[in-house]
Structure formats: C-alpha cells, structure tokens
Design a protein around this ligand. Structure first.
Ligand code: FE2
Length: 435
C-alpha cells in the first residue's frame, strides 16, 4: 500500500496511478475512479474537460504533491496519531537495538495469556514499521545464505529470536500490515522470503489461538528454519525455474533430513523447531517424506507447518508461475484435508487468516454493514464490500467500498446474512454484472 490521497484533477501528473476509490459514482459523480496509469498530459486535459474534479492516487513517488495533501487521519487525529506512531517506532527501535547489541536476553517477562488486550493500530501506521521489521528479518537469513557455515547456525538461531519477537509484535498490533508484505516477495528470493512468510503465518496462527508468546516465538523459529536443509541443496536444483526431474526431486527430498541434522546440534533448540524442520513434508496418509510418517506419528508442529508451507507456496510468485488468488489457495489446501494435511490445522488456519469469503455478510469498524463482493489478493483482510446498512442497521442505497483504499476502515466481524435485509448471493451477482 502506498501513499494514497484524494487530489484535485489539476494536480495529476503523468506516471501517477489512479486507484479505485470504492466510492459509488452516485454519491460522488465528479470523482474519477477508473483505476490505471495516467500516461500523458493529454489524458489529464481530457479528464478536466469531462468535468472530473478529483481522484484517488498513490503519491509514493510524488513527494512534492503529497506535501500538499496531508492524510485526513493525520489532520483529524494529529496529536493522538503522532503519539501512537512515536510509541510504535520507539518500540520497534528498542527491539531492533536489542537485536544489534545483544540485549534480547534481558527482554521483560511476558504474560502467559495475551493478545486481545493489547492495543491495535491502523494499517497506515503499522505498515512502515512492519516493512522495516520484515526487511531486517529477511536480511538475517539472507546474510547466512551468502556464506552458509553450519558452525554459525547456533548464533543465527540466537540472532533470529528478537526478530521473531518484533514480527509477533507487529502481528499483534495489526496483522493486515505484515500479512500484506508476505505477498510481495520477489520470485528470485523465494526460498528465503518463503521462510520468513512461514514464520509469520505460524505466529499468526499461534496469536489467533492465544498461545503463550514464548510458544508463538518458538513456532516462528520453526517456520523460519524449516527449510534450512536447502542450504545444502545445489543451487541449480533449488532455483530450477520449473518442475523438477524425478532425479532432481529425489535430491530435493533430502532437505528435511539434512535440516534435522543441522538443527538438532544447536544447544537448547526447542523440540518444536526440530520437529518442524524434520516433518513439514510428511503427509497424513503416509505419502510424504523423508520417513513416510502418518497420522499421529507426525508431531503437531509438523502438521501445522505442512499446512502453512503448502499455503505459502501456492500463494507466492515463482519464476514459472504467478501467485494463485487467495480463494484458490484456500480451496486447494481445503481439498488436501484428511489425505495429506491435518483437517484440524487446515480448518483453524483458514479461520485464522480472517478471510471473509465472497458473499459473506460483515460489519465494518465504522458500524456500516454489507457484503464482501471482491477479495483483494494483496490485502486479503481488506476486501471490497457493498454496504447496504447504516450504523443504525437501517437499509441504505448500496455503496461500494474498497477497504484497501481506506486505511482507517476494516472488517470488525461477520454477521448473519438474515440480519442484512438483502440476499448476499444476489447482491454479489449484481455487483459482478455491473463491474
Ligand atoms: Fe521444505
């Protein structure tokens, strides 16, 4: 998500990207909302001639124009936001300092049961912090890959702990921020951004289940190191841009066993991390590898990481494939329940992603209610919603709201379709016909 502002048409410049405002043209007919790139000055003149007065654009690359348009939230809540932002950045700085100067062992004691009572922050506030934490987490594992020396594994594990704590902090404050970053990895960095993503998703799962923070951090480490055995797989196989030959696949299947041998030698390494490394390719009916374990022979960590590993692989970009849309990833892992993946973890993982499927009835954080009509792949927690009820539960003319263009809005909860006064499937059908 960039620096999104509503600006006057005369301030548009070639190269700016128009965003779908999500606002019905019935209510704002002078707002230009056709998404796409402004290619030249002639196009801007056309828009002016057509009578459009304003548009939503991403001003990330236009700081001079951005300076003219402070965000409404910044204006309205300047005092509060600046205090909150300072607090978040200060916390992140402190966590980072611990990482760099080795003070993380002195982190304060944590509560056993947690999460719900901690303050939440807006996506706009959390995103820059999350981006910084994500980048640094990736750099820890990338630096190791440049010079993979098994002797350094214990210090790598130790160095990674504070980053797991930082990621968990961001997830707790606002999961949408760091989750949106897990979808942005570069194809050529897949192997290692995949490790950071699996760590994040494992901690998201633990957070949603209200597991103790210590266990969540351990599961984050299990996710981060689950593919550490791949450091010993030849690059030509690891980075092969397509389906592996049977011989190459056979070599690839050695990575959990190699990882196990590497990780079990780390002093005080938690059992969950060892299990996750060794068993994340085992399958429920014994068709996985390396030991063809089945059912309860597979540890809980192995079962959970298997679900997350498959999900992240499906939803990531690779040199030979585009990421699959969110709903397809979810339907594929759902189809793998029982035979391959643990139904227990598949069901809970899908639920904890907080995905509101198409046609689900939802209530927004401002009290308006409506129906999800489009999933934004980059921000699955911020779909497009057709609002049909005001905050007093009175019916109103349908209005399209793209939550990804409204950083201060999010879905608060799902509601019963019968509470809405409209048939969600019919509303979705009409939306699809008209767009
Ligand atoms: Fe793996």
């Amino acid at each position: 998500m960039g620096l999104i502002r509503k600006i006057l048409i005369q301030d548009l410049k070639p190269g700016m990207r128009i965003l779908d405002s999500g606002i019905s043209w019935f209510s704002q007919p002078l707002l230009y909302s056709s998404p796409g790139l402004i290619e030249d000055a002639a196009q801007i003149k056309e828009l002016e001639k057509a009578g459009f007065k304003a548009a939503y654009v991403d001003l990330s690359d236009f700081p001079d124009v951005a300076a003219k348009y402070p965000a409404p939230d910044e204006v309205l809540n300047a005092a509060k936001d600046s205090a909150d932002t300072r607090r978040i950045l200060q916390e992140a700085d402190e966590e980072d300092s611990r990482a760099w100067i080795g003070l993380h062992d002195q982190a304060p004691e944590e509560k056993n049961s947690r999460q719900a009572e901690e303050p939440q922050t807006s996506l706009a506030m959390e995103l820059p912090v999350a981006r910084q934490i994500y980048k640094r987490s990736l750099s820890v594992i990338r630096d190791f890959i440049k010079a993979p020396n098994i002797k350094h594994i214990p210090s790598l594990v130790e160095d990674s702990k504070p980053f797991m704590a930082s990621l968990l902090g961001s997830l707790t404050r606002n999961p949408a921020a760091i989750l949106s970053l897990t979808r942005l990895c570069q194809a050529d960095e897949y192997t290692w951004s995949h490790c950071v993503n699996v760590a994040i998703l494992a901690m998201l799962y633990c957070n949603k289940q209200r597991y103790p923070k210590e266990l969540a951090t351990t599961m984050g480490l299990a996710g981060l190191f689950h593919d550490i055995g791949k450091t010993q797989i030849p690059g030509r196989i690891l980075n092969y841009p397509g389906k592996l030959s049977p011989q190459a696949f056979q070599i690839m299947t050695h990575h959990p066993g190699i990882g196990y041998k590497i990780i079990r030698g780390v002093p005080d390494i938690p059992k969950e991390v060892v299990d996750g490394v060794y068993q994340h390719h085992e399958r429920m009916h014994g068709t996985g590898y390396p030991n063809r374990l089945s059912g309860d022979e597979i540890s809980e960590t192995g079962k959970l990481l298997a679900v997350i590993d498959v999900y992240d692989a499906l939803s990531s970009r690779r040199p030979y494939k585009e990421p699959l849309p969110q709903h397809k990833c979810l339907s594929i892992i759902y189809s793998m329940r029982e035979k391959e993946l643990s139904p227990y973890y598949v069901d809970r993982f899908i639920r904890c992603l907080n995905i509101y499927p198409l046609a689900s009835a939802v209530e927004l954080s401002n009290g308006l209610r409506g129906v999800v009509v489009k999933i934004n792949d980059a921000t699955p927690l911020l779909p497009v919603v057709v609002v049909t009820q005001d905050r007093h539960k009175r019916n109103m003319p349908p209005r399209v709201v793209d939550l990804s263009a409204h950083p201060s809005l999010h879905i608060d909860r799902g509601v019963g379709a019968d509470e809405l006064g409209v048939e969600p499937a019919e509303l979705l059908r009409r939306f699809c016909q008209e767009t």
